[in-house]
Design a protein around this ligand. Structure first.
Ligand code: PGA
Length: 240
């Protein structure tokens, strides 16, 4: 069994989201992170456990356009993505910002889906392990160590996100396995925790069966395929 988390980004409009909710076979073990606008519709439907894609670094205060952790909690949100590469690069989110966001989420007992992953240049230079280690340490070292159990890590190589180039069987599935093992060892040896580590980056119905053979991977963070009804139904079925 693998954990399935859908990161729906800004993909679906109001009508399409109703259709998606109606025609997918969710269950509470599957987490969907819809646009903020649709959280209430998902909650009312109760087919899925709900996550958010982002949270404010601030508590409830004068911050136009932001959504706070306590607002998410009050809507019934149970998880939140932090450190997605799209936010790190497009909105210059730093490790310091991520620590603040995670602290806000911990205060509200919302679990964290913490994303790490290298870009293509670093991969080519053989820096993947060093880079994800730094991304984890810069944040984990600054958090309340007693709360680290509330984090799921998602390893998402930036070069594999949203482009359909999924790492193929050899050697790249081995690469996913190797990096996942590095992350698990780091978290165990440094923080004495055994956390779930997911893979993300162009997971779809065509590669999920092959990815499922990597036993060290605990599940998937899925973007594009999490808004296509048939794709998502298939993936959920194969990960039960
Ligand atoms: P993708 O996105 O599945 O479309 O590559 C994954 C993600 O960005 O979390």
């Amino acid at each position: 069994m693998k954990l399935v988390i859908g990161n729906q980004k800004t993909y679906l409009n109001s009508e399409e989201i109703n259709d998606f909710i109606r025609e997918t076979n969710g269950n509470e073990g599957v987490i969907v992170c819809p646009s903020y606008l649709y959280i209430e519709r998902y909650i009312n439907n109760s087919k899925y456990t709900i996550g958010a894609q982002n949270v404010s670094v601030k508590k409830n205060t004068s911050t136009t356009g932001e959504i706070s952790a306590s607002q998410l909690k009050s809507m019934g949100v149970k998880y939140c993505i932090v450190g997605h590469s799209e936010r790190r690069t497009m909105y210059n989110e730093t490790s310091k910002d991520l620590v603040e966001k995670i602290n806000r989420l911990f205060e509200e007992d919302i679990k964290v889906i913490f994303c790490v992953g290298e870009d293509y240049e670093r991969k080519e230079r053989g820096m993947t392990k060093e880079f994800v280690t730094t991304e984890i340490k810069e944040v984990f070292d600054k958090l309340d160590q007693d709360k680290l159990d509330n984090i799921i890590i998602a390893y998402e190589p930036i070069w594999a996100i949203s482009n359909g180039i999924t790492p193929s069987r050899t050697p790249l599935n081995e690469e996913i396995e190797e990096v996942t093992e590095v992350i698990k060892k780091l978290v165990y040896n440094t923080y004495n925790k055994e956390l779930k580590v997911l893979y993300g980056g162009s997971v779809n119905s065509k590669n999920v069966d092959e990815l499922n053979t990597i036993s060290v991977v605990d599940g998937y963070l899925i973007g594009g395929a999490s808004v296509k009804k048939d794709e998502f139904n298939y993936i959920m079925e194969r990960c039960k």
